[in-house]
Design a protein around this ligand. Sequence first.
Ligand code: MG
Length: 254
Amino acid sequence: MIKLRSEHEIKLMAQAGEIAELARRAAGEIIAPGVTTAEINAAAHKVITAAGAKPSFLGYAGFPASICCSINDEVIHGIPGKRKVREGDIVKIDVGAFYMGYHGDCAATFTAGSVPEETQRLIEVTRQSFYEGIKYAREGYRISDISHAIQEYNERHGFSVVREYVGHGIGTELHEEPEVPNFGPPGRGMRLFAGMTIAIEPMVNAGGWGVKLLSDGWTVKTADGSMSSHYENTILITKDEPIILTADASGRHV
Ligand code: MG
């Protein structure tokens, strides 16, 4: 069942989204060589709880932290802990906030110190592919129009998109229908209607698209050890341009 959100619900989702954005930003700001992933988690957790919200991920299917923190060839779902960020690392932060019954979910890839030019390009192409995708995130298009645009943009730049994990509907639940893949032919899947809220999240590898799950049961890495980048926002479909809900009150976002 796809839910179309009322004006009131959209207001609450924008508030949840703003908290998630502020947590993403706070996490990004402290990323530097020597910082532990647990410290990054604490920074985001503090922003979420200070705003009167709950971290969407904490306890989700047993996940033990408030953010996912994935480094270098880790794609998603890295568990914060004692690991120290090192010079040249790329650090993916994925964070959700649950506020007044609604979730906001966003992610971004940050750098610690300077990274090789090719890695910087991977990060920028991944982020831009989100914007290429949301050109089709409006009433009248279909889900896979977004998927196709994301895939095409990343592959044109020599990168590959992860197949096994996808974006998703979001609202009263963190993960709702429909699935929003980052690949596939255009013109398929569900039609988009004003009032739908979805999280679009390209996961992009420098090498092949294959991934593997580590024995901790959470961390997903690239199968070939290549670098991986992630970017995500929660958006609202309208008849016109989509609205990014994981943004602050002035519309700014990481
Ligand atoms: Mg998500």
